[in-house]
Design a protein around this ligand. Structure first.
Ligand code: NAP
Length: 813
């Protein structure tokens, strides 16, 4: 737990104990309790950009929270029933929670002011909730949520909805729900309880239900729970109602309901009310928001939506684009990600041992340093944690649609807009299209005959299945690139036999490992230190670029280090010869590893260089006639970098597809723009990969370039921007000429096509790329249709789109 979390938790808990708990007492009149609670709730901190509107729903006053800066990226509404034991509480006491939920989910959140006891006893609250639900459900899918008494009310409402045959809610989210009001089952005291007293709960139960507390509509724990939609139950350990959360979860599971219990250690009753002040409360609200998104997405009908920018891919470059758009005050974007989680390559590549091979300080954005790296070469889970933290902190989950595969993108010349279709039938329209899928997103299976005949376990490193265990098995790894080198050492430790099929030996250099300790993390939290360390690494890595040129000191040094690494890591001269590369250093990606060679020297590991002939049902046969029996095949065979973006059809001007434009292999202008494809921006596009430094150093200036182009289109009232074909051609001719004489054209690698064209690598220093792209050279671009920008045609089924928000804002013309 961080220091700021501990301090905030201590302060809040003490405040609640001293100021709230004594007031929630049968000895204080209900009107006084209500007034005091409202006063105390004013200390909540609201997120910027989220707007409150007073509404009337089903004749009831309500507060409606939404992000007024951009339309939502998904359909649905959260109906939030506030807590307060049916006697106190109001939409005003739950403003912080509702606003953060609206911010994190990107969904409108409606908090009705339902009638309270003792003036309006049971069933007034339930009748009100049902009337509001009916009105919302008539407009689209609804998630029912509530806390404490509101949680009990939410569950009672869901049961009532089911019993009356109304359209079911998408899901039910219950925060510390009070679901059993019977006096005989009064919840017992729990150490650390900061809010609830037993006497107060009992008095409120009597106000609300009199003696009818065993009615399942009052105590929904007693109801038949079968057939309810997915439920999330959240609570803290330090609360009187934690026991009710646990037994409700058990009852839901016994009833066959998809129920998740999410318990936060050392937190009190409805600690989520302190979102904005307490990091664990924000994290819990974020989990709740994701549950809302997931359940609403699962029931939503295909829909049409219109945005300024569609970003394809939620990896490092997609995140960077989203954050920089936000920074420019542009909030109307949507990120589409085909995987069920955020992270891009770091979501895909979760094989054992996955790590970044540049020092972590250089693998964080310049504007978002990370103080939590545990080691110099961060592993995949901590990089993903960094990405998740960024997305949570900046509210990006609200703009993210996971599990969404784009199947078609088509540019409309008349309007300058892109039209999209997803695999599930959603349609979208946007002015700008950012493809941030990168070159390493399409796993490549090896073209080995009989691959499908193999009856054992088959894994690809970029689609690892952690449920499948390799311990004790006979395993073959095909490939010896950066990925294989990382996964071989951990696999070798647990398998019975490992055959490593090497087609080409790789250059391996030492890895300058170091674990970060508490003082490193403390120092990293001081911005000047973090900036200096990052800048230092960036400069150091730039030296590595010289290693790709013959005759440099850096190359001499790298060759010496590689030879020493082989000498020290491999005792057997024959194995050392097998592992000595026969092509120039740097042509393929250089590998940094201290444990690869020792792993290959283990008695249960064998390096096989005989060419693979075919796979059989239970083994792998090589050209020398030997068949090695195996239980599992691990393909660390990389990615298809040639057929970039061809899993969807992208149609530019005149309906020409990107695949047609890239018939001779992918190319672009600075890896960002492609002639014939206006308003399209590629992130980590052709010839932007690097062999010596962090890809983030290429992403940031490319994002800056794309946003400058978008601004120019809008400020000039244009329809579209497109790189001139002659400029792109000249740019690539020069690039290929430079690459033709370089180290990268001297072997087979994912940087290069079979015909020789180097499609992936940028041959220069980072500073060259930054200088070239940071400020676009406007003469290289063509702008279309000044003063003729056409707002998007409104689809008949586009109720969410507001007429006042065309993708090209009128005010910007
Ligand atoms: P890769 O570098 O393309 O390596 C693929 C390996 O599979 C090569 O050894 C290749 O042999 C072999 N192979 C492919 N088809 C084969 C076949 N039919 N039969 C036998 N062998 C076959 O892929 P990768 O290792 O996944 O790495 C790709 C890139 O991902 C890296 O270069 C790097 O940029 C990135 N990466 C980064 C990290 C990191 O730490 N940041 C970690 C992993 C990967 P040949 O060499 O003979 O073609």
């Amino acid at each position: 737990m961080s220091l700021s979390e501990s301090l905030a938790a201590f302060t809040l808990r003490t405040t609640l104990r001293l100021l709230l708990k004594p007031a929630l007492s049968p000895r204080v009149s209900v009107p006084r309790q209500r007034a005091w609670l409202e006063k105390l709730s004013r200390i909540g901190r609201l997120p910027p950009g989220i707007t409150r509107r007073d509404a009337t729903v089903a004749g009831l006053p309500a507060e409606h929270w939404h992000d007024a800066r951009a339309p939502p990226v998904r359909a649905g509404t959260v109906l939030f029933l506030h807590g307060g034991a049916y006697c106190v509480g109001s939409p005003r006491t739950h403003r912080a929670l509702a606003a953060w939920l609206a911010r994190d989910s990107g969904l409108p959140v409606l908090v009705p002011d339902y009638r309270l006891a003792p003036e309006h006893p049971f069933p007034a609250a339930l009748d009100d909730a049902l009337a509001v639900y009916d009105e919302l459900a008539a407009q689209g899918p609804v998630l029912i949520a509530g806390d404490s008494g509101g949680g009990g009310l939410a569950l009672a409402l869901a049961v009532q909805v089911r019993d009356s045959g109304r359209p079911a809610p998408a899901g039910i989210a219950l925060l510390s729900p009070w679901v059993d009001l019977r006096p005989a089952h009064k919840p017992s005291a729990v150490p650390g309880e900061a809010v609830l007293g037993a006497d107060w709960l009992q008095a409120c139960a009597a106000h609300y239900a009199g003696t009818a507390t065993d009615d399942p509509r009052v105590s929904p724990q007693l109801a038949d729970l079968r057939g309810l939609p997915p439920v999330l139950v959240q609570c803290g350990t330090d609360e009187r109602l934690a026991g009710q959360s646990r037994s409700l979860h058990a009852a839901l599971q016994a009833a066959g309901v998809d129920s998740t219990l999410d318990i936060e250690p050392r937190r009190w009753h409805v600690f989520q009310l302190h979102a904005g002040q307490l990091p664990s409360a924000n994290a819990a609200v974020s989990r709740l928001a994701r549950f809302a998104q997931r359940t609403l997405d699962a029931v939503a009908a295909p829909r049409h939506s219109v945005h300024d920018v569609v970003i394809l891919g939620a990896g490092m470059s997609g995140l960077c684009m989203a954050m920089q758009l936000q920074k420019q005050g542009r909030h109307d974007f949507v990120m589409l990600e085909q995987q069920p989680g955020l992270g891009g390559t770091w979501w895909d590549n979760r094989y054992p041992g996955a790590q970044v091979d540049v020092p972590a300080p250089a693998y964080a954005f310049s504007f978002a340093p990370n103080t939590r790296w545990s080691q110099r070469f961060a592993n995949a889970p901590e990089i993903q944690a960094y990405q998740q933290a960024l997305a949570q902190k900046r509210g990006l989950f609200a703009r993210l649609r996971l599990g969404t595969r784009l199947s078609e993108a088509r540019f409309d010349e008349a309007t300058g807009l892109w039209h999209f279709r997803t695999a599930r039938g959603d349609t979208l329209v946007s002015r700008f299209f950012v493809c941030s899928t990168g070159p390493l997103s399409q796993p490549r299976w090896p073209d080995i005959p009989g691959l499908d005949d193999f009856a054992g376990l088959r894994l690809h490193s970029a689609r690892w299945d952690h449920d499948k265990k390799l311990a004790g098995l006979r395993v073959a790894v095909v490939g010896t690139g950066s990925t294989a080198v990382q996964l071989i050492p951990p696999i070798a430790r647990e398998v019975a036999q490992l055959h490593v099929f090497q087609r080409t030996a790789n250059w391996v250099l030492p890895r300058l490992e170091r674990r970060y300790r508490w003082f490193d993390r403390l120092l990293a939290s001081f911005p000047p230190y973090a900036i200096a360390v990052r800048a230092g690494w960036v400069q150091f890595l730039e030296l590595g670029r010289r290693g790709f040129d013959d005759g440099t000191f850096m190359r001499w040094l790298m060759l010496k280090l590689a030879a020493r690494q082989r000498r020290q890591g491999i005792a057997d001269p024959a194995l050392r010869a097998t592992l000595t590369p026969d092509y120039p250093l740097g042509c393929k990606r250089i590998i940094y590893s201290n444990d690869y060679y020792p792993a290959l020297s283990q008695p249960n590991v064998a390096v096989v260089t005989a060419p693979i002939e075919r796979l059989t049902a239970h083994g792998i046969r090589t050209a020398d006639g030997v068949e090695r029996p195996i239980d599992a095949l691990v393909c660390a065979t990389g990615f298809d970098t040639v057929h970039l973006l061809q899993s969807l059809s992208i149609h530019g001007r005149g309906g020409r597809t990107l695949a047609e434009a890239w018939n001779d292999g992918p190319d672009a202008y600075h890896g960002i723009s492609v002639a014939g494809f206006p308003n399209l921006f590629l992130m980590l596009g052709p010839n932007t990969a690097t062999g010596h430094t962090s890809t983030l150093l290429f992403i940031e200036p490319a994002v800056q370039h794309a946003i400058a182009c978008m601004r120019t289109v809008e400020q000039g009232g244009h329809r579209a921007i497109e790189v001139r074909a002659d400029v792109q051609q000249a740019h690539n001719a020069a690039l290929q000429q430079r690459l033709g004489g370089s180290v990268w054209s001297q072997c087979r690698s994912w940087y290069r096509m079979d015909g020789g064209k180097v499609i992936a690598i940028f041959p220069g220093f980072v500073r060259e790329y930054v200088q070239a792209v940071r400020d676009p050279a406007w003469g290289d671009y063509r702008l279309d249709g000044a003063d003729r920008a056409v707002p998007p045609a409104r689809h008949p089924a586009a109720p969410q789109r507001r007429a006042d928000m065309p993708p090209t804002r009128p005010g910007a013309h």
